[in-house]
Ligand binder design. Sequence first.
Ligand SMILES: [Zn+2]
Length: 236
Amino acid sequence: MPTDWQRALAVVAHPDDLEYGAAAAIASWIDGGRGVSYLLVSRGEAGIATMEPARAAPVREREQRASAATVGVSSVEFLDHPDGVIEYGPALRRDIAAAVRRHRPELIVTLNHRDTFGGTAWNTPDHKAVGRAALDAAADAGNRWIFTDLEEQGLQPWGGTRWVAVAASPEPTHAVDAEAGMERAVHSLLEHRAYIEALTDADPETYVRDFMSWATGTAAARFGDRPAVAFELFPR
Ligand SMILES: [Zn+2]
């Protein structure tokens, strides 16, 4: 995984998307003195079956901010697209391109944009829409002739994004050693307590540790037998 960069912007659909693995890599990037900001396209308000969206949105926002703080991320923004029905298209690309122009990242991180997580595990429409729009926005942010209103708002084009790294892709190409960031990643996922408690009857910590060792172990087989966070990397 490239290390010659200073700023990353992570763009995902829902609170918890970064905590299912990627946070271990983010923690070790922060250890290395890099800056990482989070952009959440929705508040994940449709993600808790036992809680109405109006109540779930502030709970999930709070959990996401606590979760980010656990790995050392203090910049967390929400775009307020509707959870579950995020639409891929110019409006989403524009909102992400605006954030790319504000943060000027060399690296954009997003979540799996492909149809499945591998095999027959079907991906969600939100992940696909946001992943694809994040890949597109890396170029959109640098083109002054599309989304011209952004420049009128003072957001200068930014063509300095050199890679988009897609977490949880079924076609990983690169990886980050997960060991250093693992404990913080476990705690960052545990911060999504209302979500996890509604999702499973298992003890939250057992659930999180089991998931994290499965996820980083799956990648390990292809990356030198060490627990790893894998990414599909798209250089630009
Ligand atoms: Zn999600």
